[in-house]
Design a protein around this ligand. Structure first.
Ligand SMILES: NC(=O)c1ccc[n+]([C@@H]2O[C@H](COP(=O)([O-])OP(=O)(O)OC[C@H]3O[C@@H](n4cnc5c(N)ncnc54)[C@H](O)[C@@H]3O)[C@@H](O)[C@H]2O)c1
Length: 337
């Protein structure tokens, strides 16, 4: 298949683009590199442009003859979205409309959309099913839910069938340590904790320990980025096989508290680091754990790398060898030449 991957130079996008490329698909990555990096997709076609650039987007889609689009491009920081909501609605919702219009105009009939477990908000029973109510408590999640809600209309009006994947917490790196997350500023707990462990920052700020959970810290369902990539490949196969527009959770179905993650990192890395408890972060639900039965039944997806030990060890391997992310990657390569 010929596949357009928006945001394909970002964290999850680059792992998925690579998996698609290695599975023999022709991949075109479309990314403005605001948060992405060219290195992990250097052997693929990369269009460096913004989704807001209508002309470039239209030309790319017109010339690309794509069978499908995988749409990752977005701003991702929930906390940030509570300070500047308009920016999130413009990029995550507005630019998605631009993409959907271009895709529909050029007759693309399959799209996979990166949604988030954040759409469920705080009113959740655990584990969360797709049929549970959605009630975002931050602009980021609302900006994603708006797109989810538009997608069935693009199907009924334009025949653009889609899968929205509601990811839980993406984490981990390539098992050989060659790829990983490089997002500045780092906001994900594990990444920030590793920065504290390798001395890039003085301590790990822990956002609240007074949540109604057994150890008082937030509980999350960590899903290895390789398992997310395989979910996208299977979602595309589902659509190619005639699957109907639908929404699926992508999580491992196991919840770990922030303190569990910290302890595992200290064990895996054989390191100690300071943790400073601060106030809760606005818009953070206490607990998010997926029921991913629906995705498994529809596509056969099974997470293979999402036990906490593998997630933490692979992230540790990447960050400890590349403390400056892909900039370290380049420096190491230049040294080897
Ligand atoms: N990381 C998670 O745990 C998580 C959880 C749920 C959902 N998601 C969703 O997954 C997707 C990917 O997240 P990620 O963690 O890889 O983030 P990321 O920031 O690493 O990747 C996003 C990519 O999109 C690009 N981008 C952003 N706006 C763009 C625009 N207007 N035009 C072109 N490119 C643009 C960025 O440069 C970046 O490379 C996002 O849609 C995010 O909302 C992520």
């Amino acid at each position: 298949m010929r596949i357009l991957v928006t945001g394909g130079a970002g964290y999850i996008g680059s792992f998925t683009a690579r998996a698609l490329h290695e599975a023999g698909h022709h991949v075109v990555v479309y990314d403005n590199l605001s948060f992405g990096h060219p290195q992990p997709v250097e052997d693929m076609e990369l269009v460096i442009a913004d989704l807001a650039d209508r002309e470039t987007l239209d030309t790319c889609i017109a010339n690309g003859h794509f069978d499908a689009v995988v749409h990752f491009a977005a701003f991702i920081e929930a906390g940030e979205s509570m300070k500047d909501g308009a920016r999130f609605f413009a990029n995550n919702t507005g630019n998605s409309i631009q993409l959907l219009n271009a895709a529909a105009h050029h007759g693309i009939q399959q799209l996979v959309f990166s949604s988030t477990a954040g759409v469920y908000g705080d009113l959740v029973r655990i584990p969360i099913r797709e049929s549970d109510p959605t009630a975002p408590i931050n602009v980021y999640a609302e900006s994603k839910l708006l797109v989810e809600r538009m997608l069935p209309w693009y199907d009924s009006i334009h025949g653009l069938r889609s899968v929205s994947l509601r990811y839980f917490n993406a984490a981990g790196g390539a098992l050989d340590g060659s790829m990983g997350q490089d997002h500045e500023p780092a906001t994900h707990l594990l990444t920030v904790a590793i920065k504290a462990a390798i001395g890039v920052i003085a301590h790990l700020p822990l956002n609240g320990d007074d949540y109604p959970t057994p150890d008082g810290t937030c509980i999350r369902d960590y899903i290895h980025v390789l398992d997310l990539a395989s979910a996208h490949i299977l979602a595309l196969a589902y659509l190619a096989g005639g699957g109907t527009t639908d929404v699926f959770n992508v999580g491992a179905g196991v919840g770990y508290s922030n303190r569990d993650v910290i302890k595992t990192l200290k064990d895996v890395g054989g390191v100690d680091f300071a943790v400073e408890v601060g106030p809760r972060r606005p818009g953070d639900p206490a607990e998010l754990v997926a029921d991913a039965t629906k995705l498994r039944r529809a596509t056969g997806w099974v997470p293979e790398n999402s036990d906490l030990g593998t997630i933490v060890a692979s992230a540790w391997r990447w960050h400890s060898a590349h403390p400056d992310g892909y900039a370290s990657h380049d420096a190491a390569r230049a040294h080897a030449r």
